[in-house]
Ligand binder design. Structure first.
Ligand SMILES: Cc1cc2nc3c(=O)[nH]c(=O)nc-3n(C[C@H](O)[C@H](O)[C@H](O)COP(=O)(O)O)c2cc1C
Ligand code: SF4
Length: 696
């Protein structure tokens, strides 16, 4: 929370919103939705706002026609409106500037060769795309109008033009009254591509040694410095490391490059990371899975420069605070966390740590950028719709009964209470979270959200009745004015021959056993052993404990067959395989992991394979026996041993309670939210809840 300084710019704290393109501009102009987005993060307390990438030569070198432009004075009024608004909200504004080089989709779509150091070899393992749907592939292809990329080896004239154009862009940023410019030298854009030896094979003064490879970035930095002098702070974004293919930038090289950037006139180094294969390494960089993923690299770079260093990459508040206090870094950039909760800095300042709505690392936001679309956030429906906040008070306070304490029920209860309604939540199980509690086993990031919900329910003093099955009569007895049904999806037993054998479990029976609420009928012969786990989880109610404990003791035989490879089946397979079981995953379709967002899906498939899950796609199940599962695939018959079969398919929405309530004609409004209305997991739960509860 202490003030920070970068060159001529002082910030009121050390929290930075890093660049995240919102894709809402039209033809290079900054429009009001973009201003609203940044202003809400400035008002939420971030000391420095960095815009998403802006194109120095727009539309040349742009990744999207929705990207703000910096190539003409006509863009200055939009930049100025943004700067004024961010300043009025109390923060400083930095404009990220780039030429996207090989990723300039606008150039490809318009038959312009893209800039590269040389005719390149950007070959990647693209097998991950087998898990993208036809629609997703179509949308990705549309961003380049389905055209093939042609490369242009940059000539000396091109290089001189690029440097001059960058300096012109910085001039406009300064004229608009912004505080800083960030020069992008990472993420596969032109300066980042020159920097690494895998992509830069030039034999002139811009290729070869690190000094030569960094020359273009240094010349851009110097030209910008000369042009804007002390009017703007100059940040340089660099990958502390490149992940994936050999030949990417190493930490040692990033340290050397940072030293050269300092000499060239940089005022701060912003340390990111980059996965070289966007399909395989995206969750290594630029959006890491790992908490504090680039902190060690940032700390190392800081040892070698005398400039402030910004670290990014899941810099959670507790990680950031420690690193800042230890002097490892000077600023912490929090990207997705500030999408999930723009008020994060103010909440930290006010000691309301528990109230920070966490990002669940689901990658749904950034997946939209693959399609040249506008990001949305699974846990924050106001992203891109900032006018939804603050929540409007209800015109008349009602008593609302919410049935189900999963994410849809809890979010409904929270929003309704914030708006002034009185809410009673009822749930048949013994704990909050519903399916989300169960999902925290395989997806630990969801546990942050569960904890947040619990803290919010407590803070808002919402009445919760657990171990309380809801019926028309029991709801009537609560005398509500309105009922929200958030009872979740149904997971039927499989209808294959053998689907009713005792070694077959469904998501529901597994969940009931984990929660300790399984009946003998549900759990079959396995109840006696699995029940122990249920009792344990019932005692601790701590997902983390059960997650760790099951690494030592999991009541499943050696051979497990999971049928159904969508989100739940895929993550469950990995979870079980990680615990030493031989897992066969049988999926009746091609794409695994749906509806996980693409980058996360690609990584989940890779991780499952890494843990030894044997994956079979496009299969047709023939029958289940007490010891095996049989299926056909490409006209051939197969079988796999199975001590336990988990049926993770067939999840469908259903809300029989809502039907009964409506049929009972009690004169009470009834709404259905979450998976009970349409199966779309946490994102669907929260967004559908807002649709209903912000209107009630
Ligand atoms: C939706 C979205 C768009 C992004 N766009 C950009 C961008 O325009 N320029 C950039 O350098 N990084 C971009 N990033 C990467 C972020 O700046 C940040 O480095 C990354 O999200 C890791 O930080 P985090 O873990 O705090 O989210 C984007 C990230 C997201 C989520
Ligand atoms: S969409 Fe998912 S990853 Fe992105 S900010 Fe929201 S919760 Fe985080």
């Amino acid at each position: 929370m202490s003030p920070g300084r970068i060159g001529p710019m002082e910030t009121h704290n050390r929290i930075v919103l890093p660049a995240m393109d919102m894709n809402v501009s039209e033809h290079g102009e900054i429009e009001q939705p973009e201003i609203d987005h940044y202003v809400s993060r400035a008002a939420g307390g971030a000391g420095l706002i960095i815009t998403g990438a802006c194109a120095i030569a727009f539309p040349h070198g742009a990744a999207s026609m929705k990207e703000p432009g910096l190539s003409d004075d006509k863009y200055i009024p939009g930049l100025k409106a943004l700067a004024d608004a961010v300043h009025a909200a109390g923060s400083k504004l930095c404009i990220q500037s780039t030429h996207h080089g090989k990723v300039a989709r606008v150039d490809v779509a318009n038959d312009r060769p893209v800039f590269a150091p040389n005719q390149p070899d950007y070959t990647y393992d693209m097998s991950a795309l087998a898990d993208s749907t036809r629609e997703e592939l179509g949308k990705m292809g549309a961003a380049t109008a389905g055209k093939q990329t042609e490369y242009r080896e940059m000539t000396d004239e091109d290089i001189a033009w690029l440097i001059e154009t960058w300096a012109d862009a910085a001039e406009r940023i300064a004229k608009a009254g912004c505080d800083a410019v960030e020069i992008h030298a990472a993420h596969g854009y032109i300066l980042g591509v020159f920097l690494n030896q895998r992509d830069n094979k030039r034999t002139d003064q811009y290729g070869g040694s690190l000094e030569n490879r960094a020359r273009l970035a240094c010349e851009v930095i110097s030209a910008v410095k000369q042009r804007v002098g002390d009017r703007l702070a100059i940040l340089v974004r660099v990958a502390g490391e490149q992940y994936g293919q050999d030949g990417g930038l190493t930490l040692d090289e990033a340290v050397e490059a940072s030293k050269l950037f300092e000499q060239a006139g940089a005022d701060a180094i912003h340390v990111t990371g980059w996965g070289r294969n966007p399909f395989d390494n995206f969750t290594d960089g630029p959006l890491p899975n790992k908490v504090g993923a680039y902190l060690a690299n940032a700390a190392e770079i800081k040892k070698h420069v005398s400039l402030p260093v910004i670290a990014v990459g899941r810099m959670l508040p507790e990680v950031s605070e420690k690193a800042l206090a230890a002097g490892q870094i000077d600023f912490a950039a929090m990207g997705r966390q500030l999408l999930a909760d723009p008020e994060l800095p103010n909440k930290l300042r006010d000691g309301k740590f528990d109230q920070v709505r966490p990002c669940i690392n689901c990658y749904l936001c950034v997946a939209e950028n693959f399609f040249d679309d506008t990001p949305f956030c699974a846990v924050n429906p106001a992203l891109g719709n900032e006018a939804l906040l603050p929540l409007k008070p209800a015109s008349a306070s009602k008593h609302v009964v919410v049935v189900g304490a999963g994410p849809a029920g809890l979010e409904s209860a929270r929003v309704l209470t914030e708006r002034g309604h009185r809410v009673t939540v009822v749930d048949k199980s013994d704990r909050l979270g519903g399916t989300m509690w169960f999902s925290t086993m395989t997806t630990p990031d969801n546990e942050r959200l569960l904890k947040w919900f619990k803290a919010e329910i407590k803070r808002l003093n919402i009445a919760v009745k657990l171990n309380t099955p809801a019926t028309v009569e029991s709801i009537k007895a609560l005398r509500p004015d309105h009922v929200i049904v958030a009872t979740g999806a149904v997971r039927p037993k499989p209808d294959f021959p053998g689907g009713d054998l005792p070694n077959v479990q469904t998501g529901d029976t597994l969940r009931a056993m984990m929660l300790g609420t399984a009946t003998a009928e549900e759990a079959g012969a396995l109840l006696s052993t699995l029940g122990k786990l249920g009792r344990l989880s019932g005692v601790t109610k701590s997902p983390e404990f059960v997650r760790q404990f099951t690494k030592f003791w999991l009541p499943m035989g050696k051979d497990v067959v999971v049928i159904g490879g969508s989100l739940v089946g895929l993550e469950l397979s990995e979870f079980v395989a990680e615990r030493g079981r031989r897992v066969t995953l049988l999926h009746e379709k091609q794409q695994l992991g749906l509806p996980l967002a693409m980058p996360r899906r690609w990584t989940a498939v890779k991780d499952a394979e890494k843990h030894g899950v044997k994956i079979h796609r496009n299969v047709s199940i023939t029958r289940i026996t007490e010891k095996s599962v049989e299926w056909t695939e490409g006209g051939e018959s197969f079988s796999a041993p199975a001590d336990m079969v988990v049926y993770a398919d067939g999840t469908t929405s259903a809300s029989p309670l809502a039907d009964e309530l409506r049929a009972a004609d009690l004169g009470i409004g009834v709404d259905v939210v979450g998976d009970a209305g349409a199966v779309n997991y946490i994102h669907g739960a929260i967004h559908s809840s807002w649709k209903v509860t912000t209107e009630l």
